[in-house]
Ligand binder design. Structure first.
Ligand code: PEP
Ligand code: MN
Length: 360
């Protein structure tokens, strides 16, 4: 589909006309009981929060975990809407979820990361939404960093007449060890924005961090540096007792405190913001380089043991020439100089030899 048609047709009225920025979506990971939902909503109302969220059907990685309270939770959300005037949001993952959510007057439907990864699921949801032109539909990034798949989901919804669209950056699965539960990918977010400049972008620091400690830092980066228009942050009346995602949920009071702090911290100078955003991208890449270096040295250790037990010399000149030749060729295809690559690989090789020689 022509990106321009999708971009031009996005109906931004739901985020532009109504709310202060950043738009704040908050509420528990999962609806657990009527009391928990009503109490959390009561403690969030009259604050910065504009949309109350709660998961009714939970996509869990492994079976035999709490998989959501199901349909009865929808009536609790309906009550929140009536009692507090907040809009309400839940996650939908199939046609039945769509049908039930509509029948209970849920205002905002979000599609979870695991669902965005499946075109069949998105197609089913899009077909079930046909004619529901007033619904706000927010599409989380797929679990893995595939921008086309993410945009493809928006296109499937668009074809069925859904225009009040938005996306949620909730981070990406990574096989590397990371301080985040789901690695943010700001670079991809910037690419998404350059393709669809009008799409409202919300950030979900809770699922990026997986803990409470880093939430504010990610929220600041998202809002001030990368210009996300909204934040979705999980909150729970008793976070430590939460049935899902307990480690990352905060109390409504701490959520309100966090937003206050976020709002104090403005950064108006465009140059400073641009500088910061480039530095964050560099930091992200440096972290990747260090993680990869550690993995490379771990393999060098295994190689050392194997060479020792097979009585093979540590230094293999032919193999080394081969590595160098391949790396220079690959590097030059990306515009990297031979000098840089020779320097880096010499250091890497020396370290690897040292590690292998030290194997007892
Ligand atoms: C959630 O928002 O609770 C959720 C399950 O999110 P995600 O799809 O990002 O894992
Ligand atoms: Mn959650």
């Amino acid at each position: 589909m022509e990106k321009n048609i999708l971009n031009k047709s996005i109906d931004r009225s739901w985020i532009d006309n109504k709310w202060n920025k950043p738009l704040i979506i908050s509420g528990p990971c999962s609806a657990e009981s009527e009391e928990q939902i009503l109490e959390t909503a009561d403690r969030l109302k009259n604050s910065y929060v504009q949309i109350f969220r709660a998961g009714i059907w939970k996509p869990r990685t492994k079976p035999n975990n709490f998989e959501g309270i199901g349909k009865k939770g929808l009536s609790w959300l309906k009550k929140v809407k009536k009692d507090t005037g907040l809009m309400v949001a839940t996650e939908i993952a199939n046609a039945e979820h769509v049908r039930l959510s509509i029948s209970f007057g849920i205002d905002v439907l979000w599609i979870g990361a695991r669902s965005t990864a499946s075109p069949f699921t998105i197609q089913e949801i899009a077909e079930a939404l046909e004619g529901e032109n007033d619904k706000i539909v927010l599409v989380k990034n797929p679990i893995h960093p595939d921008l086309d798949l993410w945009i493809g989901s928006l296109e499937r919804l668009f074809v069925k007449g859904i225009r009040k669209l938005g996306v949620i950056h909730r981070g990406f699965y990574t096989y590397k060890s990371s301080k985040y539960r789901n690695q943010p990918n700001w670079n991809m977010l910037l690419n998404l924005r350059s393709m669809l400049p009008r799409i409202p972008i919300i950030c979900d620091p809770s699922h990026i961090c997986g803990n409470k400690k880093e939430l504010l830092d990610i929220a600041k980066k998202a809002y001030y540096i990368f210009k996300c228009e909204g934040l979705m942050i999980e909150s729970h009346c008793s976070p430590d007792q939460a049935w899902s995602d307990a480690a990352q949920q905060i109390t409504p009071e701490n959520l309100i405190k966090m937003i206050k702090e976020l709002k104090l911290n403005s950064c108006d100078q465009k140059d400073a913001r641009d500088l910061d955003s480039l530095r964050i991208l560099i930091d992200e890449l440096d972290e990747n380089i260090i993680t990869l270096l550690a993995e490379r040295m771990n393999i060098a250790k295994k190689l050392g043991s194997l060479k020792k037990s097979s009585k093979i010399a540590v230094f293999q000149p032919k193999r080394w020439d081969n590595i160098m030749e391949k790396s220079l060729k690959l590097g030059s295809s990306f515009g990297l100089s031979d000098e840089l690559l020779k320097g880096i690989f010499k250091i890497l090789h020396e370290e690897s030899i040292k590690i292998q020689n030290n194997i007892k």
